[in-house]
Write a protein that binds this ligand. Structure first.
Ligand code: DGT
Ligand code: CA
Ligand code: CA
Ligand code: ZN
Length: 593
């Protein structure tokens, strides 16, 4: 069992205990803290269990949690959960994922209306029964109905980082088999889309059945949906669907192009091939028998073009496939039919930014607000990642639950920073802060303090519900503040959980360009905010982008790769990303020097 799956069981325990009610809050917290530890833990806990390590040495893991983890790893299930599920319907935990439904409300819905599932809740809310319950009301009922629509919309899609975590051990499992020559993941995963529907794995082997057998024997396979001679489809315990195709080496390039997609990109390639008297499919690029002027067909599979296939001209590598169509190789992140084929034809594909280009991280928190590490630990972690500069951005006071700083606390922090920075000349310490944009667009700290900062990040953390006009006005006013440099996670969305706030994107971007304010691409895989298409719009309007992790602990500094991947999907080059460049250029683009 993978860490993510162990964490999911412990989280379900905590949720069920909370819905049950009357449970000591410390017990529930013990589960939640353990969830955190397990999710964050870099190596699979099963290896610790196999080695007989003492799990209680892990942070927030006591005897009870340790024995739960051992039971899960060795048996695949948790008897306490089975017992609890006999008392409380497990499906109730899905209800508390909806906005406006906490554990107490879920319990009440079950007690009073017998609701145990989202479908039942939807029916009851649509019939107006939910509003009548004490403590609910019309507003909550409306919010619940909206939440259900959104819940359904995202169902079945996994965040990219979740997929990374689930799929890496499976790839290792396949790669250690002698029958497997090479494994590659295609599909939306390879295009680094922010969410992934299913995972498309391609394996090269001359012993196909052996590879299929190895795949089906993966311990996390929950059920087998299809098992053929060269392909199989399974669901993992996490409910993630994985397709495997086993290929001959000579077909690998063509298959990789085809299964990487996107579908729209494939269709455009196929049309281009037909115009050149060629046919492209997952099996290769072939000459078509003597052209008789048949019109290229828009969609249909190649086999249905009704023309004879001639000589095979490409298929072993992706490079060859593109070359046979008169194109340079196109990076997977660009294969979304957003102009990449035209750009490739003209040899105008962008030199995409890469992780190695990044010279600093411009949003992170320390234990002065809601971060878990000290300032110095964060600094040292930035040094060890080879950064030239970094910005420490603890919260302002409006975010009270984060220990946000008022002017007095900031003054103390600045003194502490002076002392730490003086001992670390190896990296440039940017004194910064993530300052709340209040509902009226003013900033959550005195102007006098802003002058003492090297860099000012402004973010919205409240009043997500303002009208489009008010939200636009709020952002414009904040961006126009002379101290503002970067808008943090500009749309505030949390993937699958909270929608983006509504504002006039064009107006806000134009205002940012005019005021030398950058937009952040928040690299946290739950946010990825701005998203790819918004960043393309920002680039078009001359707004600089920064990519920041918003790390709340040292390990999260490594989330930078997710931000970079989204920036690549937005066609950004190192020149478009301020923190991929030298500090002087960054500060000058922000009007600081
Ligand atoms: P997903 O799984 O929803 O995140 O998105 P993809 O892009 O991974 O889509 P998927 O898994 O349905 O198919 C993988 C690739 O296979 C897709 O990107 C392109 C190719 N493909 C699938 N269906 C078609 C099709 O009907 N026509 C063409 N030309 N290609 C297809
Ligand atoms: Ca897929
Ligand atoms: Ca698929
Ligand atoms: Zn924030």
């Amino acid at each position: 069992m993978e860490n993510l799956e162990i964490a999911a069981v412990l989280r379900e325990m905590a949720d069920l205990l909370e819905i049950k009610g009357g449970v000591n809050p410390f017990r529930i917290r013990a589960y939640r803290n353990a969830v955190y530890t397990v999710e964050e833990y870099a190596t699979p806990l099963r290896t610790l269990v196999e080695e007989g390590a003492d799990l209680t040495e892990l942070p927030s893991v006591g005897n009870e949690m340790a024995s739960h983890i051992v039971e899960l790893v060795t048996t695949g299930h948790l008897s306490r959960l089975v017992e609890l599920a006999a008392e409380i319907p497990r499906s109730l935990v899905t209800l508390i994922r909806l906005p406006g439904v906490g554990p107490k409300k879920a319990r009440k819905l079950w007690d009073e209306l017998g609701i145990t599932t989202i479908d039942e809740l939807e029916a009851a809310a649509a019939a107006g029964q939910v509003a009548e319950l004490e403590g609910f009301g019309e507003k909550t009922q409306g919010k619940i109905l909206e939440g259900i629509v959104r819940y359904r919309a995202r169902q079945g899609r996994f965040r990219l980082a979740e997929v990374d975590e689930l799929i890496r051990p499976l790839l290792d499992w396949l790669r250690t088999d002698d029958a497997v020559q090479h494994v590659e993941v295609a599909g939306s995963y390879r295009r680094r889309r922010e969410t992934v529907g299913d995972v498309d794995i391609l394996a090269i082997s001359s012993a196909k059945q052996a590879v299929i057998d190895r795949f089906l024997a993966y311990p996390q396979v929950l059920r087998v949906d299809l098992a053929g001679e060269t392909r199989a489809t399974v669901h993992l315990a996490s409910e993630l669907q994985v397709d495997l195709r086993v290929l001959d080496e000579q077909d690998a390039g063509a298959a990789l192009v085809y299964f990487t997609g996107s579908k729209e990109h494939n269709i455009a390639l196929r049309r281009r091939a037909l115009e050149r008297g060629l046919s492209v499919s997952e099996y290769g690029v072939f000459k078509l028998a003597a052209s008789d002027g048949v019109e290229p067909q828009e969609d249909a599979d190649l086999s249905t073009t009704g023309r004879e296939l001639g000589e095979r001209v490409a298929g072993r590598t992706e490079q060859q496939v593109y070359e046979s169509l008169g194109l340079p190789w196109i990076p997977p992140e660009l294969r979304e039919q957003r102009g990449e084929i035209v750009a490739a034809e003209r040899n105008e594909l962008p030199q995409l930014v890469s992780l190695e280009d990044m010279r600093g991280d411009l949003q992170m928190h320390s234990d002065w607000s809601d971060g878990k590490n000290t300032i110095e630990e964060m600094l040292e972690a930035c040094v060890s990642r080879g950064y030239e500069y970094f910005a420490l951005t603890d919260h302002s006071q409006a975010l009270a639950m984060t220990g946000g700083m008022d002017a007095e606390k900031l003054a103390r922090q600045l003194a502490a920073i002076d002392e730490i920075a003086s001992r670390h000349p190896e990296i440039r310490f940017l004194r910064s802060m993530e300052i709340d944009v209040l509902a009226d667009g003013s900033l959550d700290i005195e102007d006098g303090m802003l002058e003492r900062l090297d860099l000012v990040v402004i973010s919205i953390h409240s009043r997500f519900d303002l009208s489009t006009a008010d939200q636009t006005r709020r952002l414009v006013r904040a961006i126009e503040h002379p101290a503002s440099d970067i808008v943090g996670h500009p749309t505030g969305r949390i993937i699958g959980r909270r929608d983006a706030i509504e504002f006039d994107l064009a107006e806000v971007l134009d205002c940012a360009a005019e005021n030398h304010v950058a937009m952040e691409c928040n690299a946290h895989p739950n946010r990825l905010d701005l998203r790819d298409t918004h960043m393309m719009e920002a680039k078009k309007r001359g707004v600089p982008i920064v990519i920041s992790t918003d790390a709340h602990r040292v390990a999260e500094l490594d989330l930078m790769s997710y931000g970079v991947e989204q920036a690549r999907r937005a066609w950004l080059t190192p020149g478009d990303v301020l923190n991929a460049g030298p500090l002087e250029v960054l500060l000058s683009a922000l009007g600081r020097i």
